[in-house]
Ligand binder design. Structure first.
Ligand code: PGA
Ligand code: ZN
Length: 439
C-alpha cells in the first residue's frame, strides 16, 4: 500500500511513571504518523529483551541517549521505504539489524518503541483504529478483555515491604467491562479505608496499588478479603483474587526467602504454602508462583493446581514462543503474560500469542511497572482477542490511560464483545459459576 510507505523515523527522550528516561519513536508515512513509547520493568526476567541504558552515574545510569540515537542513525535508514502496513517485514528488518539474542545492540527499548510506532502508523495509514488494525493482522475477532487490577502493590514495586508483588482482583462475574471497573474502584476505596483505620499513612506503590504495610503476606490477603467484603461483595462470587508472586525476585536454586516473615522455604514448602493460600482464599489466578530458574517447581505446581487456578508465566516465559512451546511440553503453566517489550517487537509478541493459543494457554496482555500515557497495549488486548488485560491499579494516569482507552474502544463493539468470566472457565471459578463462552 503506497500510503503506508515509511518516510521518516524520529526519536526523542521522554520520561516514564518512575521519572526514568525512556524512548519515544514517531514513524511517518505519506498518510500520517504513528507514535509509541517504550515501557520499563523493575522485576525483569533474565531472558527478556534487554533495554539499552547509558550507564555511568548520571540519572543512576538509566539514561537512554544511545538508544535514542540508535533509532535515528541505525534504525531510520533501515526502515525508510518499507511498508508500515507490513509489520512482519518491518520487525524482521529490525531483528536482522540488531542481530543479537537479547536485542542488546539496538536496545530492546529502541526496538519496541519503533515496532509499536510502526503498528500505530500502519493503523493511521489504513484510517482504522489500532485495535481493528491488530485484529485484521492477527485474524482474531476483537473482544473486550477481563481486567486484572491491583489493590496492594508489593515486591520490587514497593521497597520489598511484602514479598508478593501484586495483590489483585478480577471481576469475572461482571457483565460489562465498566462494571468490573466500578466494582474494583469500590474495593480499592474500601482497602484504603481499612489501611487508614489501622493508622497507616496512605501511600501507593509503583503501579498505584496501596503501599503494603503488613506483618505477613497472609495479612495482606486477609486485608484484601476484608476490602472485598466491605465493598459489599462475597469473595469468590462475582469477585476473585489474583496474585503475581513474582517469585524470581526472592527464589534462587529451588529455595525461597520470604524476607517479611524471615522464613526460608524449599521448593516443596513454597508449593505447599501457595496451595494453602489457594485452599483458604478465592484465588483464581497466580503468576510466577515459582522462580524462573525453577522449571521443576513450575511443573510440580501446575500438576498440583493447574486444574483449579490459572497459572501465568511472566519472568518464566518472557513473551517467547519457544519458551511457551517448551513449557507446554513439560506441563508448566497454563497461561502466558504478553509484554511486547519482553519480546522486543510486535511480530514476536503475536507469534507468542499464536503459540499460546495452539497450546491451549490463556493469555494476558500486560503493562510494565514503569509506564507512560501510551495506550497501544489496550488496543493489542482487544485486537488480539487476548481475553485478559493487566496494567496495575485503578489509580495513576499511566494506568488509567489504558483502562479508559478500553472503555472508549468498548463503545465501538457490541456488548457481548466483553469476555466476562470466560478466561477463567477452566478454573474452580468457572466450574462453580455460570460462564458464558463467547471467547
Ligand atoms: P515489571 O512487573 O514490569 O516490574 O517487570 C510487572 C510484572 O511482574 O507483571
Ligand atoms: Zn509478573
Amino acid at each position: 500500500m503506497t500510503g503506508s510507505i515509511i518516510t521518516k523515523v524520529q526519536a526523542r527522550r521522554v520520561w516514564d511513571s518512575r521519572g526514568n528516561p525512556t524512548v519515544e519513536v514517531e514513524v511517518a508515512t505519506t498518510s500520517g504518523m504513528g507514535r509509541a513509547i517504550a515501557p520499563a520493568g523493575a522485576s525483569r526476567g533474565t531472558r527478556e529483551a534487554s533495554d539499552l541504558r547509558d550507564g555511568g552515574t548520571k540519572l543512576a545510569g538509566m539514561d537512554v541517549r544511545v538508544a535514542v540515537s540508535n533509532v535515528t542513525t541505525l534504525i531510520a535508514p533501515a526502515l525508510i521505504g518499507l511498508d508500515a502496513g507490513d509489520q512482519a517485514s518491518v520487525d524482521a528488518a529490525l531483528i536482522a539489524l540488531d542481530g543479537t539474542p537479547l536485542k542488546s545492540r539496538l536496545g530492546g527499548n529502541a526496538m519496541v518503541a519503533t515496532s509499536l510506532a510502526v503498528l500505530n502508523a500502519g493503523a493511521t495509514a489504513k484510517a482504522v483504529p489500532l485495535w481493528q488494525h491488530v485484529a485484521e493482522m492477527s485474524g482474531q475477532t476483537p473482544s473486550i478483555p477481563l481486567p486484572e487490577i491491583q489493590i496492594f502493590g508489593g515486591g520490587a514495586h514497593a521497597g520489598r515491604r511484602v514479598d508478593v508483588q501484586d495483590f489483585m482482583v478480577m471481576v469475572p462475574g461482571a457483565s460489562r467491562f465498566e462494571e468490573s471497573m466500578e466494582v474494583t474502584s469500590e474495593i480499592y476505596r474500601a482497602a484504603g479505608a481499612i489501611m487508614k483505620q489501622r493508622g497507616h499513612s496512605i501511600g501507593v506503590a509503583d503501579e498505584g496499588g496501596w503501599w503494603p504495610v503488613f506483618d505477613s503476606n497472609e495479612q495482606a490477603l486477609d486485608t484484601l478479603m476484608q476490602a472485598i467484603e466491605a465493598a459489599g461483595e462475597t469473595p469468590g462470587d462475582r469477585v476473585v483474587i489474583s496474585l503475581d508472586i513474582a517469585a524470581s525476585e526472592f527464589g534462587r536454586n529451588g529455595r525461597y526467602r520470604l524476607a517479611l516473615e524471615n522464613r526460608d522455604l524449599d521448593r516443596d514448602q513454597m508449593i505447599d504454602l501457595l496451595g494453602r493460600w489457594i485452599d483458604t482464599y478465592p484465588i483464581a489466578s497466580i503468576e510466577d508462583p515459582l522462580s524462573e530458574d525453577d522449571p521443576e517447581g513450575m511443573v510440580a505446581f501446575t500438576q498440583a493446581y493447574g486444574d483449579r487456578v490459572q497459572i501465568i508465566g511472566d519472568d518464566y516465559l518472557v513473551t517467547n514462543a519457544r519458551l511457551v512451546s517448551a513449557a507446554a511440553k513439560a506441563g508448566a503453566c497454563n497461561a502466558v503474560l504478553i509484554k511486547v517489550n519482553q519480546a522486543g517487537t510486535v511480530t514476536e509478541s503475536l507469534q507468542c500469542m499464536a503459540t499460546a493459543r495452539e497450546a491451549g494457554y490463556r493469555s494476558i496482555v500486560s503493562a510494565r511497572s514503569g509506564e507512560t500515557e501510551d495506550t497501544s497495549i489496550s488496543h493489542l488486548s482487544v485486537g488480539l482477542n487476548a481475553g485478559q488485560l493487566k496494567v496495575g491499579s485503578i489509580t495513576r494516569s499511566e494506568r488509567m490511560a489504558k483502562w479508559n482507552e478500553v472503555l472508549r474502544i468498548a463503545e465501538a463493539l457490541p456488548p457481548d464483545a466483553f469476555v466476562g468470566g470466560a478466561p477463567l472457565a477452566n478454573t474452580w471459578w468457572g466450574r462453580t459459576r455460570h460462564v458464558s463462552t463467547n471467547q
